[in-house]
Write a protein that binds this ligand. Sequence first.
Ligand SMILES: O=C(O)CCC(=O)C(=O)O
Length: 302
Amino acid sequence: MQKDKLKLTPEQERQFEEDGFFLVEDALSGQEIAELLGVIDELNERYRRERNLGAHEPFQMRNVAALHPVFKKLMDHPGMLPLVVDLMGFNIQLRTSHLDVRPPQPAAVAEKELGSAESFFPWHADQPDYGWPLVDGVIPFMEMKIGYYLTDLSQHHSGAICVVRGSHRSSPWIEREGRRVVDPERVFEVNVRPGTALVWRSALWHCVSPNLSGQARKCLYYGYHPRWIRPSDFEHQDPVVLEGCTPIQLQLLGELGTGKKNYSGDDAVQPVSRYWRPKDEDIPLKAWAEELKKERTEEAKQ
Ligand SMILES: O=C(O)CCC(=O)C(=O)O
């Protein structure tokens, strides 16, 4: 742990800067995995039936943090939130939270070049329509994601995400003859055991490897960004979702930590967004981080 950090190690910081990602093994316990899989399996079964999804078709849902308490509590997971705050600061909220079930695919999908335009999952970096603003041709640090993997992805071609090491530092797309080109040496297939988390910059180029494993891949992604950017899964969450949330959960769900609705302040003559200029009570993660830092400093002294 570094002196000015809550949890992030120097090696994790280096990897996040240089490679754009690092792995946290055993981020989730067996019990957490079982609980999450129970809910995901139920949703997957229900929506597959309702939407008539084919056996090989993936099933995805967005804004899952608002959908069920097991997904809500993952957004401020005590083991992972300190890393998010170390990397992005405390003035943050969720941009998106999504689940993904990817059934086994026919072997023929592996015949296409990984991530090519013809493949089932082309290389991309996450960004809004019309793109992020660029600085010297590079996407600035606007967002990070945590991927939680709930099934075994330790084998090649088990449907794991693939990332291009360091691609967040190059231009958004290198194109040659109309094709997106990646250096195969820099491709990292995230072959991990259940319970592993991938902490990554979503500006990294990424795609998904074919799933020839015989079992469905199940995972969750939580994207965090500064509060002054608009989220993609919601404008404001449904009041029912906000009931019983802690102030920190309110903040992460895009609300003010107080639970009040004075988003533009209290002065009608000089309105000012509390996303632009928050008061401390709007962003309880600030006090939380200060408290945690104090505790860690005390622990280090002993
Ligand atoms: O399904 C995956 O592993 C990749 C997800 C993805 O493309 C994303 O989170 O932007």
